[in-house]
Design a protein around this ligand. Structure first.
Ligand code: ADP
Ligand code: MG
Length: 235
């Protein structure tokens, strides 16, 4: 649990939204570790706490109970945030920036020089088949196109911990596989870890570690037989 090579460790981590009679426990006492090179799928029904757990691992939500740590990542929160790439369930592109500018933004914030950034943006857009979208604004994109651009933005960041929340949820099978290929290839390059929440059996089968969530509880054993079979729906 205290392995210094772990990218994130969760020890009895819980998260409750609200308080009093309307309080909702979204995650109950999750204990897990994610190490460099891990390839983890988290499956589970809608509302089971997958997104909340991913946001906790990203440091975007604070646990209301338990302990989260990132032993192998830099301690200052801003530097740590740069090492963590999050693909959100709803692609959160900045509406006033073009696709290329959206993908370049984390690089500009990290101080990457313009020439390197331009090359990386071009390569990452190509990896998700979005080269032709570079000059569009986010509101000129379909849901699936926006999702691919959000993935390209994370690829460009070259993070050590990739947390992707249903990254293929709006994509057809072959585009979804291509996006997954791009995420896994980017992770292989720097021995990053990939954690993907998904309902998609084709995604689950490509990730060697399968976890499930059910009613806010995380199960890190093998995926129960029924979990893939019920996974055709979308959140
Ligand atoms: P999943 O990603 O598996 O669909 P979520 O983590 O989004 O599950 O949600 C888990 C539970 O927490 C659900 O009951 C959901 O309604 C609730 N929830 C999620 N986000 C919030 C929020 N910001 N405020 C209140 N409740 C929330
Ligand atoms: Mg979700």
């Amino acid at each position: 649990m205290n392995d210094p090579s772990c990218l994130v460790t969760c020890l009895e981590v819980a998260h409750t939204f609200g308080s009093g009679p309307t309080a909702l426990v979204a995650v109950h006492g999750a204990t897990c570790t994610v190490a460099a090179g891990d390839r983890i799928a988290i499956a589970g029904p809608s509302g089971s706490g997958k997104s909340t757990l991913l946001h906790l691992m990203a440091g975007l939500e604070a646990p209301t109970h338990g302990t989260l740590s990132w032993p192998a990542l830099p301690t200052p929160p801003l530097q740590r945030a740069r090492a963590i790439g999050v693909v959100f369930q709803s692609p959160s592109l900045i509406p006033t920036l073009s696709v290329a500018e959206n993908v370049a933004l984390p690089l500009a914030l990290a101080g990457v020089d313009d020439a390197t950034a331009r090359l990386r943006v071009g390569r990452c857009l190509e990896q998700v088949d979005a080269t032709g979208l570079a000059n569009r604004l986010p509101d000129e994109l379909s849901g699936g196109q926006a999702q691919r651009v959000a993935v390209a933005r994370v690829l460009a960041q070259q993070p050590l911990l990739i947390l992707a929340d249903e990254p293929t949820g709006q994509l057809d099978h072959s585009t979804g596989q291509r996006v997954l290929d791009a995420l896994l290839a980017a992770a292989d390059m720097v021995n990053a870890a990939v954690v993907v929440t998904t309902h998609d059996p084709a995604v689950i089968e490509r990730l060697r570690t399968r976890w499930t969530m059910d009613g806010g509880r995380l199960h890190t054993g093998r995926l129960p037989a029924g979990a893939v079979a019920v996974s055709g729906s979308r959140v």
